[in-house]
Design a protein around this ligand. Structure first.
Ligand SMILES: Cc1cc2nc3c(=O)[nH]c(=O)nc-3n(C[C@H](O)[C@H](O)[C@H](O)COP(=O)(O)O)c2cc1C
Length: 240
């Protein structure tokens, strides 16, 4: 499949130097290796105003936000994509503020009307329901459960837009990604494979299992980091 367009929105303020970018790059490389057109947007460099909650985009100028910033152009990219990657570092158990600010601005793409089914509501939406949404995230703590609130939010977001979350690519204990040799190298190879599969038949369960395998014993990781943090704190206090 060589005509797919894969767009990634990475909201880390550390942009291409961040841990989230390390995982995302593997995914995008996998998609590109299958001939897909790939593009990564670093939201931290974009002008994204806060939603004012004015509902002009619904009732005064339908489909158009009153803000003049970078968001409409980013929406154009979203609407033409076959795969949308939402890549955010985990901040206080959820997506970071930059990603949330960007997503709050999705209102002009949705109709105001509500559709109730099975205990939740969605809006009629311009997005193609065939679009594959993928969540990519990294976090500092060990263990995949840290991502639970973020995954739930991503699932609901995709659903509200009339789609579904195709896969979540989650890497805890993120400082280990920068270690040489990297203990998560095999898992990252599976991320490349996920990128290849997402533009074809879809990411397989085997691939999800492959990149989700633990690469550190949680207590050993916590003990090691705590010792490092203790030294850093002592040094900082001595200098202050
Ligand atoms: C403000 C802030 C809040 C964070 N909150 C969490 C958290 O709740 N749980 C966690 O495991 N890591 C947390 N972290 C660590 C980041 O998720 C982790 O370092 C991540 O890999 C950063 O990705 P980046 O380098 O792409 O920005 C937090 C970091 C910051 C700066």
């Amino acid at each position: 499949m060589d005509d797919k367009y894969v767009i990634a929105f990475n909201s880390s303020p550390r942009k291409e130097k961040g841990f989230t970018a390390m995982v995302l790059e593997r995914f995008m490389a996998g998609a590109a290796s299958e001939g897909a057109e790939t593009e990564t947007v670093y939201l931290a460099g974009k002008k994204i105003a806060d939603c004012l909650g004015c509902t002009w985009c619904w009732f005064k100028t339908p489909g158009m936000c009153r803000h003049k910033d970078d968001v409409p152009a980013l929406h154009e990219k979203m609407l033409s994509a076959d795969v949308i990657i939402h890549a955010s570092p985990l901040y206080i158990c959820n997506m970071n503020g930059i990603m949330k600010r960007f997503l709050d601005r999705i209102m002009p793409l949705a109709e105001p009307y509500q559709e109730y089914h099975d205990g939740v509501c969605t809006h009629p939406h311009e997005q193609n329901p065939e679009i594959r949404h993928v969540l990519v995230s990294t976090c500092g703590f060990p263990g995949l459960r840290n991502f639970d609130p973020l995954v739930l939010a991503a699932e609901r977001m995709a659903e509200v837009g009339g789609g579904h979350l195709h896969a979540a690519v989650l890497f805890p204990s993120s400082v280990l990604l920068a270690r040489d040799p990297c203990p998560a190298e095999e898992q990252l190879d599976y991320v490349f494979r996920a990128g290849r599969e997402v533009v074809g038949e879809g990411i397989s369960e085997e691939t999800v299992r492959g990149y989700s395998r633990p690469y550190v014993e949680p207590q050993a990781y916590v003990d090691e980091l705590n010792e490092l943090f203790r030294v850093l704190r002592e040094n900082a206090l001595r200098k202050s």
